[in-house]
Design a protein around this ligand. Structure first.
Ligand SMILES: [Zn+2]
Length: 486
């Protein structure tokens, strides 16, 4: 009886335990599967920013364009450039910018300007370079350039550059430490050259004073994240041989870039030939001036032999088509320079000879100008103009390892550019549109060093109203300076 009861109890227990065992087994299987799934899908990397849903124009070595792409940014650097899905799978971000199907591209690089000269915009037009410089610009500068003037001008220039897609600019002017401060505050990247010139200028009574100032400036900004301090001898015709040699020595000692105007006009070539029986490039070669990290602005009147010198010395060239046309300086032999392997970037020059800082316009004008003078519409195609405005500009400044294209490891300097205006519709080829129909005003968002400086046209680092009001306040003083001269 007792045995029978015990057997019945075991059977009952088995009946209860069987479903429990199955249940347990199922749970174990599910847990195992979940572990396997987790192991297969790697954890998404958290980054600071993702710009997604874009046509990504990378300007990398193969000029890759991703029709449905995204860029992951971590801190100051680009973490990845890939399809929208791949970035979504691999990354999650603290901040996401939906580009809404518009273009994302590297920030534009203006390889030559004089930022504070925006305050002389439209002051004196339609004059030859020497008249313009000697009758208007130099006298106006003598009476108005001060640290306050330079600060106000740089803030205005920075506003214009951020709003039109420039993320790096090379500058040469006076009180460059003020320009550096205003540039850094605005969040832009700059290669900023303290100008040296033979005659007394507002920030230096002598070229020796100017060189001492340049050396202090270079030391002060030696390890800045955004500012590369440089020394900027104005030109071979405004400096003597000894000063040019001293400037090269400072640059070598401090490992600083050198920025100089070169062969901008035929007058400059005549002066060099009369004084030294050499071309400006040949003269500078003869005194050992050319060296690494040197940027020559304009190079309009260079001979084939000059081009060989510049190529041998790895000099970066800044081509300024609008300034050269407006001042009727001439046409730089850009196709020959490119064929010789020179890095040729684009510049606007100062706004007084352009009269704006819009690099989209510089790309378009470069393409048009060289088609016209060579009578070959293939001379500078859109893709080449775009390279000149981005990666070739970076090469000209010796910064191609860090900026100029959208590639992992490079600094996150990028733009969101709208492609929805009537003049941009329809769009078959984004590269064509970026050069031939896009304007600075089409830039929606500007990011430098991973920091958003303008988001959907809203300025985040500069108070637009205050900057414009401050700039207008300088008009009276500038007008008075020109009136005194007349
Ligand atoms: Zn210039």
């Amino acid at each position: 009886m007792a045995k029978r009861r015990a057997a019945a109890t075991r059977r009952a227990a088995d009946r209860i335990c069987e479903p429990m065992r199955r249940c347990l087994l199922l749970l174990l299987c599910l847990a195992g599967a979940a572990v396997a799934v987790v192991a297969q899908a790697p954890a998404r990397r958290t980054v600071s920013l993702i710009v997604t849903n874009a046509i990504v124009v990378t300007m990398d070595g193969t000029s890759r364009v991703l029709p449905a792409g995204a860029v992951a940014v971590d801190g100051r650097e680009i973490a990845a450039v890939d399809t929208t899905e791949a970035i979504a799978r691999g990354f999650e971000a603290r901040e996401t910018i939906d580009a809404g199907g518009q273009v994302v591209m590297p920030g534009l690089i203006n390889t030559h300007t004089h930022a504070p000269m925006v305050l002389y915009r439209g002051l004196a037009d339609d004059l030859a370079l020497m008249d313009w410089l000697q009758k208007y610009i130099f006298p106006s500068e003598a009476q108005t350039v001060s640290p306050e003037f330079v600060r106000a001008g740089t803030r205005l220039a920075a506003l214009e550059m951020i709003q039109s897609g420039t993320t790096t600019y090379a500058d040469m002017y006076y009180f460059e430490e003020e320009i550096a401060r205003a540039t850094r505050d605005a969040g832009l990247r700059g290669v900023l050259g303290q100008t040296i010139i033979q005659f007394p200028v507002p920030d230096a009574k002598t070229p020796q004073d100017g060189m001492a100032r340049a050396e202090r400036f270079i030391k002060a900004y030696a390890s800045d994240e955004l500012i590369t301090p440089a020394i900027a001898p104005h030109a071979m015709y405004t400096l003597d041989r000894a000063t040019l040699r001293s400037i090269r020595a400072i640059a070598d000692r401090e490992h600083a870039p050198v920025i100089i105007h070169l062969a901008e006009t035929q007058d400059e070539v005549r002066t060099a030939r009369q004084k030294y029986q050499l071309t400006p490039t040949g003269f500078l070669e003869s005194i050992g001036f050319w060296g690494p990290k040197t940027i020559a602005a304009h190079a309009v009147w260079v001979t084939p032999a000059d081009i060989q010198i510049l190529a041998r010395r790895h000099v970066g060239v800044s081509h300024n088509p609008e300034s050269n046309m407006k001042l009727a300086s001439g046409t730089a032999p850009v196709t020959a320079m490119r064929a010789a392997g020179l890095a040729v970037g684009l510049g606007t020059d100062g706004a007084a000879s352009n009269n704006d800082l819009d690099m989209f316009e510089a790309m378009r004008q470069a393409a048009f100008l060289h088609k016209l003078v060579t009578r070959d519409p293939r001379a500078i195609p859109a893709a080449v103009a775009l390279r000149m405005g981005t990666i070739d500009g970076a090469r000209a400044l010796g910064m191609e390892q860090t900026i100029g294209s959208l590639e992992p490891g490079k600094r996150a300097d990028l733009l969101v550019v709208s492609m929805s205006a009537p003049r941009q519709t329809p769009m078959y080829d984004p590269l064509s549109h970026l050069v031939y129909v896009t304007r600075g005003d089409d830039v929606r968002t500007t990011i430098v060093n991973g920091k958003v400086l303008m988001r959907d046209r809203k300025m985040l680092t500069l108070d637009e109203g205050a900057v414009l009001a401050e700039a207008r306040q300088w008009m009276g003083k500038v007008r008075a300076a020109v009136a005194v001269k007349d």
